[in-house]
Design a protein around this ligand. Structure first.
Ligand code: ARG
Ligand code: ASP
Length: 734
C-alpha cells in the first residue's frame, strides 16, 4: 500500500511540472530540447531521432497520403496507420458483396495485398534551413507583393535545382510566418498496398459519439505495405515491384508503460495557430466557430433524422455525417476549452507584458510598436469577410452536396465555350464519375438541407459586386425564394433523369453544356462560387496577406522581447516531434481521467445492432475466453491510452514512442476538453489519444489470424515473464 502511495505522489508531481507543449523541428532537438527530454525520461539521443548522417528514427516515419502519418514497422515495408486514414482506400476496395469496411480485410499473403492508385507514402530524407538563399535579392523596403514574388522565385529555383540533382521531392516551407524557410527533401513512394484493416466495429468503434472523447475504446488502425522498384527506389504501381527495404523501422515494445513515463509522437501535424492575438481568438470563439457550429447543427440534425429512419440512407450518409460532425464537434470543444482555461485572459496577459517591455525600450518600440494594434485592426477588418467566407463554405460548399457537385461542370462549360478540343474527353470522364455521385446521393436529404441553409446564405451574402443571380435572389421575398429552391431540385438536369444526363455527357457535351447553363442549380452553384472566388477574395486576399506578414512581425517581436522563452513554429504539415508523458487529467471539479482503457470498457459500451457500438462476435468470444496471449497487462487487455503530447490534425497515425524510441502506441485523436490546443495548448487538460500497440497486435494476431505479419516485426526484449509467441522472440530478429 505504501508503495502505491509514493508512486501516486510522484505521479502527481510530474503531472504538474514536467510535460511540455510544442511541436518541434527534428533537426533542432539537440539544441533546443534534448536536455529536457532526457530529464523527462528519453534514453536515446536527439541524433537517434533525427540524423543527417546515419539512419535514425525519422527514416521510419511516413507522410501518408499527404494528410496523415504512418510508420514503418518491418524491414519489408510494412506500414502502420489509422483506420480513419486508410478509410478511403478500404472503402474504394469495398462493395456490397465484399464489404471490407464492415467486415475488415486481411491479406493472408503478399499476393492478396491491394494496390491503391493515388496513394503515396513519403519519407523525409533531409531538412535544411534555406532562409538566406530564399531571401537573396529580397528588398526589405519593397512592397510585400514584390517581396513574396521574389521569395517564390528563389524558392522555385532552389526546388528545381535540388530536384534535378537528387531526384527527391523538394519543398520549401515557411516557418514562423515566413521568418524562416526550411527545405524538405522527401522520397515519395507511389505503390502502397492495403494489407489489413479491422472491421469498422473495431477500427471505428464508438464512431461519432466517441469521436474527440476520452475514455476511448477504438482500434483505429490499418496496415499497408510500401513497394519499390528493384533498386529500392519509388516506382509506379507494378507487379515487378518488391517490398521496400527501409533504412530503419520501429521496434515494437509490448511491455507497456506507467503513468509518468516519457512518450513522444513523431509525425506530420497539419496546422495550428498558437500566436494569434486575443482579439482574433475571440472572433474564433464568438463569431467564426459559432457560425460554423450552428450551420452544421442544422445539417447534422436533418441527416441524423433521416439516417435513423432508413438504413439505406444511413449507409449512404455515414461518411458524410462523420466528415461534417468531426469539425463541428471539435469546434464546440475548442470554444468550451478556450473559455474554461481563460485563453483570452492569457493571451491578453502576454500582450500586456509585451507592450510593457516595448515601452521600456525605444528601439523595440520603433521596430514593433505598431504590430499589435495593426494586427488587431486587420483582424477586425477581416471579420465580416470571414463570416461571409464561412457563409459560403458551410452552407453552399460542404453543406449542400448538389451545389458542390455542380461545380464539377464549370470546367466543362468553359472548355466547350472556348472550343477546346479536349471538351469531349472531359465530358466522358465526368460521365464516368457520375456513378460515384448517384451511389451515395439522396435527393430528399440534400433537398431538405438545401431548403434550410439556402435562405440564410442569400440573406448573409452581401459583398459587392454581387453576381446578378444573387442580387436577384436577394430581392425576392421568402415565398419566391422557396419556389426557386424547390424548382432548382425538381428541374435539375443531374437529378431529373440521370441516365439521360450521363448519356448526354458521353455523346453530346455541347448539348449538355447548353442545358447546364440554363439549369438553376448550376447557375446558383456557379454564381455563389464566383462570388466567393472573386468578390470575397478580392477584398479578403490583401488583408490575409497583410495579416500573415504582421503575424510574422509579431512572432519575431515576441522572440526578441522574450529571449528567455522557447518558441516553436506553428504546425505546417512538416515533420515534428512532440513529447510529453502518460498522465491523467482533471478538467472538471471532481473528475480525474485515468490514462488507460481496457477491453472490459469496450464490452461495457457494446450495443448489439447499433451502428456505432456493435461488436464482432469473435471479439466477444476472445474476451469471454480471456485469450489475450502476450498482449495482456496483468490479466487485462489494454486498448487505448492518453499522454500530454502536443498534437493536431495530421498527427493521426503517428507513432507513440517510449523513452527508448520503441513503438508503444498509435496516435489518432485528442480529448474533447483539450481540442483548443491548436490555439492555446494547456498542459492541464490537453491530451492526445493513442491505441495501445498491444491492442493492435492482439487484433492482428488473435482476432484476424494474421499473426504471420508479426514475424516481420522486431520486438523489444520482454521485461516480465510474459511469453512472446515463439516465432516472434527477439533473438530471431536482428
Ligand atoms: N477526431 C479525429 C480526427 O480529427 C478522428 C476523426 C475520424 N473519426 C470520425 N468519427 N470522424 O481526425
Ligand atoms: N484525428 C486527428 C487526425 O486525423 C488528430 C487530431 O486532430 O488530434 O489527424
Amino acid at each position: 500500500m505504501k508503495k502505491i502511495g509514493i508512486a501516486f505522489f510522484l505521479g502527481a508531481v510530474s503531472f504538474s511540472l514536467s510535460a511540455k507543449e510544442g511541436m518541434w523541428i527534428p533537426y533542432l532537438l539537440k539544441q533546443l530540447n534534448e536536455a529536457e527530454m532526457r530529464d523527462m525520461g528519453l534514453q536515446i539521443t536527439a541524433e537517434d531521432i533525427y540524423s543527417l548522417n546515419h539512419s535514425s528514427l525519422k527514416d521510419a516515419i511516413v507522410h501518408f497520403g499527404g494528410g496523415c502519418t504512418a510508420e514503418l514497422i518491418s524491414g519489408e515495408g510494412l506500414l502502420l496507420t489509422n483506420h480513419h486514414c486508410g478509410y478511403g482506400q478500404i472503402q474504394a476496395h469495398s462493395s456490397l458483396e465484399q464489404d471490407y469496411l464492415k467486415n475488415g480485410f486481411w491479406a493472408m499473403n503478399r499476393e492478396e495485398e491491394l494496390t491503391n492508385p493515388t496513394l503515396t507514402a513519403a519519407i523525409v530524407k533531409y531538412m535544411r534551413d534555406v532562409t538566406n538563399e530564399v531571401m537573396v535579392g529580397v528588398d526589405p523596403a519593397a512592397p510585400q507583393k514584390e517581396r513574396l514574388r521574389k521569395i517564390g522565385e528563389n524558392a522555385r529555383a532552389l526546388i528545381e535545382k535540388e530536384e534535378t540533382e537528387t531526384g527527391y521531392n523538394i519543398e520549401v516551407e515557411p516557418f514562423f510566418y515566413g521568418n524562416q524557410y526550411i527545405l524538405v527533401a522527401k522520397e515519395t513512394f507511389r505503390d502502397v498496398r492495403l494489407v489489413g484493416a479491422p472491421p469498422s466495429s473495431i477500427g471505428k468503434y464508438g464512431a461519432d459519439t466517441d469521436n474527440w472523447m476520452w475514455p476511448r475504446h477504438t482500434g483505429d488502425f490499418s496496415l499497408f505495405r510500401v513497394y519499390a522498384g528493384k533498386d529500392n527506389a519509388p516506382a509506379d504501381i507494378s507487379e515487378e515491384n518488391i517490398p521496400y527495404r527501409p533504412k530503419q523501422f520501429l521496434t515494437v515494445n509490448l511491455n507497456g508503460f506507467q503513468n509518468g513515463d516519457f512518450t513522444m509522437v513523431y509525425g506530420f501535424p497539419g496546422r495550428t495557430q498558437e500566436y494569434l492575438p486575443a482579439n482574433e481568438v475571440s472572433y474564433i470563439m464568438y463569431n467564426y466557430n459559432p457560425l460554423r457550429i450552428s450551420v452544421r447543427d442544422q445539417i447534422l440534425k436533418i441527416l441524423d433524422e433521416k439516417m435513423r429512419k432508413d438504413d439505406a440512407t444511413r449507409i449512404k450518409y455515414a461518411a458524410k455525417y462523420a466528415r461534417i460532425s468531426n469539425g463541428w464537434k471539435k469546434w464546440i470543444g475548442e470554444v468550451n476549452g478556450l473559455k474554461e482555461t481563460d485563453a483570452l485572459g492569457k493571451k491578453q496577459e502576454l500582450e500586456n507584458a509585451f507592450r510593457a517591455k516595448l515601452s521600456q525600450n525605444a528601439d523595440l518600440t520603433r521596430s514593433y510598436g505598431y504590430v499589435l494594434d495593426s494586427l488587431n485592426k486587420l483582424y477586425a477588418m477581416q471579420l465580416p469577410l470571414n463570416l461571409q467566407r464561412y457563409n459560403y463554405l458551410e452552407r453552399m460548399y460542404y453543406g449542400t452536396e448538389l451545389m458542390r457537385h455542380m461545380l464539377r461542370y464549370r470546367s466543362l462549360v468553359k472548355s466547350v465555350e472556348e472550343g477546346d478540343s479536349t471538351a469531349a474527353d472531359l465530358s466522358k470522364r465526368l460521365a464516368a464519375g457520375m456513378e460515384d455521385f448517384y451511389k451515395d446521393y439522396d435527393q430528399a436529404v440534400d433537398g431538405e438541407v438545401f431548403e434550410k441553409v439556402f435562405p440564410d446564405y442569400i440573406r448573409d451574402v452581401h459583398q459587392e459586386p454581387l453576381p446578378e443571380l444573387l442580387a436577384e435572389l436577394k430581392g425576392m421575398n421568402e415565398k419566391k425564394q422557396m419556389d426557386f429552391s424547390q424548382k432548382l431540385f425538381e428541374d435539375c438536369v443531374v437529378l431529373r433523369n440521370p441516365e439521360k444526363f450521363v448519356s448526354l455527357l458521353e455523346s453530346n457535351s455541347a448539348k449538355a453544356v447548353k442545358m447546364l447553363k440554363k439549369d438553376r442549380a448550376y447557375r446558383l452553384a456557379s454564381a455563389s462560387y464566383e462570388h466567393y472566388r472573386e468578390s470575397l477574395s478580392a477584398a479578403a486576399g490583401p488583408l490575409a496577406d497583410a495579416a500573415e506578414e504582421l503575424q510574422g512581425a509579431y512572432i519575431k517581436a515576441l522572440r526578441e522581447v522574450f529571449p528567455e522563452r522557447r518558441f516553436y513554429p506553428d504546425a505546417n504539415s512538416t515533420l515534428r516531434v512532440a513529447y510529453g508523458k502518460v498522465e491523467p487529467y482533471d478538467p472538471v471539479d471532481g473528475i480525474l481521467y485515468k490514462t488507460q482503457t481496457f477491453l472490459e470498457g469496450v464490452m461495457a459500451k457494446h450495443v448489439p445492432g447499433d451502428y456505432e457500438f456493435d461488436l464482432p462476435e469473435k471479439l466477444i468470444e476472445l474476451y469471454n475466453e480471456k485469450d489475450y496471449g502476450p498482449y495482456a497487462q496483468e490479466g487485462r487487455l489494454p486498448v487505448c491510452f492518453i499522454a500530454s503530447n502536443h498534437t493536431t490534425g495530421g498527427n493521426s497515425g503517428s507513432p507513440a514512442l517510449n523513452g527508448s524510441g520503441e513503438l508503444i502506441g498509435l496516435n489518432f485523436d485528442r480529448a474533447w476538453e483539450g481540442t483548443m490546443s491548436d490555439l492555446n495548448y494547456d498542459i492541464s487538460r490537453c491530451r492526445n489519444i493513442m491505441v495501445d500497440i498491444r491492442y493492435v497486435l492482439f487484433i492482428v494476431d488473435k482476432f484476424a489470424g494474421a499473426g504471420y505479419l508479426l514475424k516481420e516485426m522486431r520486438f523489444a526484449e520482454p521485461e516480465t515473464p510474459v511469453q512472446l509467441p515463439a516465432e516472434i522472440l527477439p533473438s530471431e530478429k536482428n
